[in-house]
Design a protein around this ligand. Sequence first.
Ligand code: ME8
Length: 516
Amino acid sequence: MSTGRTYYLTTPIYYVNDKPHIGHAYTTLACDVLARFKRLDGYEVMFLTGTDEHGQKVEKAAAAAGEAPKAFCDRVSQSFRDLAQAMDVSNNDFIRTTEPRHIAACQAIWRRMVASGDIYLGAYEGWYAVRDEAYYGEDELEKRADGKFYAPSGAPVEWVREPSYFFRLSAWGDRLLKFYDDHPDFIAPQSRRNEVVSFVKRGLNDLSISRTSFKWGVLVPDDDAHIMYVWLDALTNYISALGFPDEGGKYAKYWPADLHMVGKDIVRFHTVYWPAFLLAAGLAPPKRVYAHGWWTIEGQKMSKSLGNAIDPHSLIATYGLDQFRYFMVREVPFGNDGDFAKQALVNRINSELANGFGNLGLRTLSFIGKNCDGRVPEPGPLEADDRTLLAAAESVLGRMRPALDEQQFHVAIQAWVDVVNAANKYIDEQAPWTLRKTNTDRMKTVLWVLAETIRHLAITAQPFVPGAAGKLLDQLGVSEAARGFSALGDGGALKAGTALPAPQGVFPRFVDATAA
Ligand code: ME8
């Protein structure tokens, strides 16, 4: 089904200092929805995720765990891989920054920035936050009652003084501003774009891009007293996974990336440093960086000290994978911050999945099973209400596509929910249980219209709830080959007489067994 169109999207690579939680799950799931959507829409998709394994933060975490850094990274990186698998994530590759292919790419981009005159040797003296792996100016810091300084993120900072290579970021301000002007969609949402533009307009300092006071990183070419700053190392993952410095093959096919999906905490690294590094190296910047919002847990910030981080595996075990996936991208307008509350999850899955879509599928297919000999019924002439519902079902894709091209997951899902609701209203109004006694021809038409509507809803729901959507398509007798978006519309319509397997519910109502 290849159209020759490609789509490359990435998650951040996650630090292995800590085990994965729903914040990480969120970004990865959002990307998985897009990757699946684009594949169904005929694109060749490259979807990358992975782990960020170098730097002081990881080195300290390994020491605290009493493990050698590499063994520690192997173990924690595997837990991110396991989570992706448990969430049925369809990534095409998983990059680790300790892999030789990645180290080669880092050294190659470094050499190119040296060749362009953008790197020089000096000494860094200033504040550094290990938790953020970021440098801060004194004017950005807050002095607290304990007499210590803290970054705007709340991370403690320490004073660092050591020889360092610098990237001439100060020379890139005007070129970055021009790049943002020429590429109005580069940073989204708009609020983040405004923040970045005003940050760059205030003037940029040269950036320290190497460290000498610890060893856990990629060696600087021709000077192994230095290791590369972990953010230069980490950002390069997006091209090392494409085989850079080989600029043919996957690199030629997929770069520049269509989308780097990130949390709002790391927007500056992706929209200021990364395009500047790439431009300095003579490489194209990515097309778009989307910075989504931040989750809190039952109203509180997720934090190690509060111990309130939620393990996605336990949510999947309790509520089901499709239910968890759906909630994550449905609940909060994408781009905004959101609060994770179990009651909201239960309400959402019971109203839209169990009572909404699940019930529609089960009612219709059970009725067909009992009253049409378990075969797709033969429709008669369509009436206005039938045509209205079918037209709505056929229009879902056209409403989802522009919404997802702007990463507005909640808008795309709302378009789908509107049709689920319209179909449930139609079944109540047409009352096939009454037609069964009064007009079986009309009953068959109504059931066919419903089955055809469910086919559209299930095909378009695959990116969000792949398991349940697949089961419904099985129950409608739709072959694997007829599940792409090109099968939507009349061309792929269900054929009367097709034998259907016994129907089964795909979205049970969630009843809290522990509630009194
Ligand atoms: O920053 N709400 O890795 P990281 C929403 N290694 N998203 C959240 C979240 C929350 N409460 N907590 C984490 C790093 N995330 C670097 C990235 S990329 C070249 C290097 C998500 O393990 C969100 O996507 O700290 C955020 O940007 C990312 O996890 C940070 O993961």
